[in-house]
Design a protein around this ligand. Structure first.
Ligand code: BGC
Length: 757
């Protein structure tokens, strides 16, 4: 379709009408020109296509579909290929159902364990989230269906989500809250981006030209359409100007009319409207011209894929020799989640599953007994239920308690207020563990929970929200058919108060100040050297792995070069399994305050017992850089960097160093108020100012006599003099120089340095 030609035939009214939805899920159609409507639908971990009554909160029924593991779980796979395959399957279901865009992936950062939507988000780490989001996007879009990477940006709380302002400095946004979007845009060219409800530093994301045009399009090269989150529009005219192309859902024509009036009155250019319409039509025709409604959607096959995926995502947090279970041993399954698993969260991502397999069902044929333990409906237990559980546990060889957060604890629309499991479940775990020392706890949750009983149980398996086939996956992992290979995409702190956002999370009224800045998740815990319950990247296995032979392609490079890092991974145990090789980079000394280490590479590798394989990582400038707000760019400060490779952020097995030299000349703005320390650290400036600084050092040097007894050498050492001089501004040379130094002379030298002449 020649979209430009089509656009030329449209009246201004028709164009304005295209700027919002026709209804809840469709773009506008224009019969006069034969422009059809296009449907978008939620996901992203399955298809939530609503046929009849529409809503964006998961309230009304949608068509029967397949619920894959949620992002909290798939992130733990650390497996790009898995996310890509999941995307392909979801893309196929969209083709089958005539859906042009699936509304996801959701890539906001897990800033606090409390965010109600954490289960929909990947990680506390922007690199991991970006890589997985890009892979998922490539998978969906390979089927000629678009994604909508959401919610752009800094939407890390549900509390007051439609009015709150996420206030963060630019460095924090660039290093933490933007990169998952940036990577998706640059690597996978998403068809659409969904802007978030919240404001950023006071400006609604839906009308922020810096966010939607400068950063997203001009810097990152985004070329699809931006859609509002459902109901995120405040000032539609400002939104069109800022780069918000499509408002969803329908505004009943009200906002479209406002845009029309604004153009007529000369407050908004028609070109801005044309731009938005052209983008919407381009994407719509990309789908329409590649629509394949004949694409089969094999839900049973997807169910099996969901089971396989869930098994890849489970994280074995603790295992003191008790797992895997033996098929011939009697095991008591305890807790209602064994029968009715919690496998997805509430809200717009809620899938209407065509079937669900519980662990109890999947254990058919095995010597498994069951006790309810607690009631999901009342979120409570009774002495009788506890007594039954204890009895079942004491009669069996081992017990598995199925615990986790009930639906009401974690959902879109509101946040948690604490990090605890329901009290009835903690009580049950304690009672069962006391009755049977071989007690395993399985967790179903989208975000960390406190584990007051951790020292009383020998094993914990984190299943996250594993999708509708979670029961199949659990049995495979618990009984060792699949070797667990998930790793935590987030830190589990010991308690909520340890989390870096604890003091400020939620904010005051509509002000949510992101005061911990770049120090979210392990970036904070590592810098503070704090004990955590389980660190970022942690995950055990039924076999063991070792890494060796760390090789760097070079010891020295510039920020324009790429460093190749190679390491050998070996399966040193007796079972086949997958290991996640994690690479972290740290700046050893920097004028910028930086984290100890940051994830810059990961690879999931499958190894047979005794097998060894080389894993290679490529590190470019970005792996070493931080966002320098003065430069308005990524910057690598010349110096030594640590390269660490390990099985978690706190299990580093190999370490080496590399010198990276910056090729960027930082702009110089020295004035008479600049201090000596800054100038002496700048070799080029020093070359010009050396005679002057020598003169000052002499004048300021140790005086021959102390003022009141003792020698000057005792009172003030050379080092102390230099240290004091460090913080003196250049103008001090004039005041302390007794008229010997001409300020005009200094200024001339400064001009020379600043102009680079
Ligand atoms: C959610 C989005 C979702 C949209 C449509 C909003 O409430 O924030 O994630 O895609 O509704 O259902």
């Amino acid at each position: 379709m020649d979209v430009k030609k089509l656009l030329a035939q449209m009246t201004l009214e028709e164009k304005c009408s295209m700027l919002s939805g026709q209804d809840f899920w469709h773009t506008q159609q224009i019969d006069r020109l034969g422009i059809p409507a296009c449907m978008v639908s939620d996901g992203p971990h399955g298809l939530r296509k609503q046929d009849q009554a529409s809503d964006h909160l998961g309230i009304n029924e949608s068509i029967k579909a397949v619920c894959m593991p949620a992002a909290c779980a798939t992130a733990a796979s650390f497996d790009r290929r898995r996310l890509e395959q999941m995307g392909q399957r979801i893309g196929d279901s969209c083709q089958h159902e005539g859906v042009s865009v699936v509304l996801g992936p959701a890539v906001n950062m897990k800033r606090s364990p409390l965010c109600g939507r954490n289960f929909e988000y990947f990680s506390e780490d922007p690199y991991l989230a970006g890589e997985l989001s890009a892979a998922f996007t490539q998978g969906v879009q390979s089927r000629n269906v678009g994604v909508s990477v959401k919610h752009f940006a800094a939407n890390s709380q549900e509390h007051r989500r439609m009015s709150s302002s996420s206030n963060a400095d630019e460095r924090t946004l660039r290093e933490i809250y933007f990169p998952a979007f940036e990577t998706t845009v640059k690597k996978a060219r998403p068809w659409t981006v969904m802007c978030s409800y919240n404001r950023i530093n006071g400006v609604y994301a839906s009308q922020d030209p810096w966010l939607l045009t400068k950063v997203l399009r001009e810097e990152w090269g985004f070329d699809g359409y931006v859609v509002s989150d459902w109901g995120a529009v405040s000032d539609r005219v400002a939104g069109v100007e800022a780069g918000l192309d499509l408002e969803m859902p329908a505004s009943g024509g009200i906002n479209d009319n406002k845009v029309l009036q604004a153009v007529r009155e000369g407050r908004l250019s028609e070109a801005a409207v044309d731009r938005a319409v052209e983008r919407i039509l381009t994407i719509n025709y990309r789908f329409l011209e590649n629509a394949r409604p004949e694409t089969p959607w094999d839900k049973e096959a997807d169910h099996l894929f969901a089971a396989e995926t869930a098994a890849e995502c489970m994280v074995l947090l603790k295992n003191q020799g008790i797992l895997p279970l033996k098929k011939e041993d009697t095991v008591a399954f305890i807790g209602e989640f064994a029968q009715k698993p919690r496998f997805q969260g509430g809200g717009s991502s809620h899938i209407n599953c065509f079937k669900v397999t519980s662990a109890l069902e999947a254990a058919e044929g095995l010597p498994v007994t069951y006790a309810r333990g607690y009631r999901i409906d009342t979120d409570d237990t009774t002495d009788e239920l506890i007594a039954q559980a204890v009895e079942a546990a004491s009669k069996a060889g081992s017990a598995v308690v199925f615990a986790g957060l009930p639906d009401s604890y974690e959902s879109e629309g509101y946040d948690r207020t604490h990090m605890s499991l329901p009290a009835c479940q903690n009580r049950l775990i304690e009672a069962v563990a006391a009755a049977n020392p071989n007690t395993v706890v399985v967790l179903h949750n989208g975000s960390p929970v406190e584990m007051p009983w951790i020292h009383r149980v020998p094993a914990v398996l984190e299943a996250y929200l594993g999708g509708q086939a979670v029961g199949l996956a659990l049995i495979r992992v618990l009984y060792g058919e699949v070797n667990p290979s998930g790793h935590l995409p987030e830190t589990f702190p010991k308690k909520l108060a340890d989390n870096p956002s604890y003091l400020f999370y939620g904010g005051e009224g509509d002000r949510a100040d992101y005061r911990e800045g770049i120090f979210i998740g392990y970036r904070y815990y590592d810098k503070k050297d704090m004990d955590v319950l389980f660190p970022f990247g942690h995950g055990l296995s039924y076999t063991t792995f070792a890494y060796s032979n760390l090789r760097l392609s070079s010891r020295e490079l510039t920020d324009r070069d790429t460093l190749t890092v190679t390491v050998t991974a070996e399966n040193t145990g007796s079972r086949p399994g997958k290991t996640v090789v994690q690479l972290y980079v740290g700046d050893e000394a920097s004028t910028a305050i930086r984290p100890v280490r940051e994830l810059k590479g990961f690879e999931k590798v499958e190894l047979a017992p005794g097998e060894r394989r080389d894993v290679t990582f490529l590190l470019d400038k970005r792996a070493f850089a931080y966002w320098n707000s003065d430069l308005g760019d990524w910057h690598v400060e010349t110096g030594m960097f640590t390269i660490e490779v390990g099985q978690s952020s706190r299990d580093i097995e190999l370490r080496d160093r590399v010198l990276v030299t910056s090729t960027v000349k930082p702009p110089r703005h020295y004035t008479m108020d600049s201090i000596f320390m800054d100038i002496t650290a700048d070799p080029e400036a020093m070359a010009v100012l050396k005679p002057l600084t020598d003169q000052v050092a002499r004048a300021m040097g140790p005086r021959p006599e102390a003022e009141a007894g003792g020698s000057a050498k005792e009172a003030i050492s050379d080092d102390m003099t230099l240290a004091m001089l460090n913080y003196m501004p250049l103008r001090g040379v004039v005041s302390f120089g007794g008229g010997a130094v001409d300020p005009n002379h200094i200024q001339r030298l400064l001009d020379q340095i600043n102009n680079g002449t």
